[in-house]
Design a protein around this ligand. Structure first.
Ligand code: BGC
Length: 363
């Protein structure tokens, strides 16, 4: 599929060159691929607050990678409290400084319309990184791991983990989802529910609290303390005399918060899912506490985003491999999606074999 698209893209560009068209026309549905720009141009990177380890890693990798590619990089993070305003101001400043490409991990995907329009008006190309930017036609590309697949893998891991502990249900579970200002949160949740809902319907899984709506399961700001206090309340309200068998957690930070809460209540640790391959969670998995995580290698995602900038610099059209899934409310954003990998204790050594930071943790 990927190969096919590359060939198609090359063919399209070649065809346009032959017919005397400029590569400004984008066959993928984006509005980008202007006539290229100087090789030492400024590339802006606007990242959200550091709610998980992947964002911290991404910043450093962008700094180094952009430099190695010959670009000037401007990497900014939104702060912890004035997140949205910070990021809006940072993007505006990048536009003013003349950034040619602005790569954005949105703090709030629904609040950047004005800033990305200004970026477009100034001739910059906008790439949504990891999180989609919503309700604007001014986003050219999306580069991310396949978020729906992440959710499906989490749902399946929860089922597998439960079955391994106790061969037959019913199992008592609770559901957690991410922050409602993150466009990824419902995609992860819907992916997981596509696997879990049939098992809730047939009685294999019981959400004992009854809280199955994403509004009830959300974790504001992806903050550990919010997940921990919701778990504390659930344990008190619902699990006084009941065992909790499993918890769907959308990421590692929240998984560890859930585990902390259960431990403090003196209960056995349920099967808990995660995402991000944070070092502390990999340790927890190896110690038999957290059940699973997802490997979305940040090195690969950052490299893909920088590759897109390099292609755009030459005035060419970046490769995409999905032109139908990511409707942001105003357009279907052409996406390059990478495949996420589920990791449990059983495959951790293999999954992190080429990761010098995580591999030693699996020994
Ligand atoms: C990312 C996850 C991360 C979460 C919290 C999501 O948008 O895709 O990898 O765990 O944000 O930072």
């Amino acid at each position: 599929m990927r190969k096919l698209l590359t060939t198609t893209a090359i063919a399209a560009v070649a065809l346009m060159a032959l017919s005397g068209c400029s590569t400004r026309t984008d066959t993928t549905g984006g509005s980008s691929a202007a006539a290229g720009f100087p090789a030492d141009s400024l590339i802006g990177i606007a990242l959200p607050s550091k709610t998980s380890e992947n964002w911290v890693l991404a910043g450093g990798l962008f700094e180094d990678g952009l430099k190695a590619a010959g670009f000037k990089g401007d990497v900014q993070y939104a702060g912890a409290s004035t997140t949205v305003k910070d990021q809006q101001d940072q993007i505006s400043a990048m536009v003013t400084k003349g950034a040619k490409v602005i790569i954005i991990g949105a703090a709030d995907g629904g609040q950047l319309g004005t800033q990305v329009k200004a970026a477009h008006d100034a001739g910059a190309i906008v790439i949504a990184y990891d999180r989609l930017i919503l309700n604007t036609a001014d986003v050219d590309y999306y580069v991310a791991y396949d978020n729906f697949k992440v959710g499906e893998l989490q749902g399946q891991a929860l089922l597998d983990g439960l079955k391994a502990k106790k061969p037959a249900g019913p199992y008592n579970i609770e559901l957690f989802s991410g922050s409602s200002d993150d466009a990824n949160a419902p995609v992860f949740f819907n992916g997981a529910m596509s696997v879990l809902q049939p098992k809730i319907d047939d009685g294999t899984l019981v959400v004992a609290s009854g809280q199955t709506d994403i509004k009830q399961t959300a974790t504001a700001g992806w903050k550990a303390e919010n997940a921990q206090s919701r778990m504390d309340s659930l344990l008190t309200s619902t699990y006084g005399d009941k065992a909790i068998d499993g918890v769907l957690s959308p990421n590692d930070t929240l998984a560890r918060a859930v585990i902390t809460s259960v431990k403090a209540a003196g209960k056995p640790i349920p099967v808990v899912t995660g995402q991000d391959s944070e070092a502390e969670s990999v340790k927890s998995i190896m110690a038999g506490e957290q059940y699973s995580t997802i490997n979305k290698d940040t090195r690969v995602l950052v490299a893909q985003a920088i590759d897109m900038a390099k292609v755009l610099q030459k005035g060419e059209t970046p490769e995409v491999n999905d032109t139908k899934s990511y409707d942001n409310g105003k357009k279907i954003v052409p996406a390059f999606l990478l495949p996420p990998v589920i990791v449990t204790k059983a495959n951790a050594a293999e999954a992190y074999a080429n990761d010098p930071k995580l591999s030693p943790l699996t020994k």
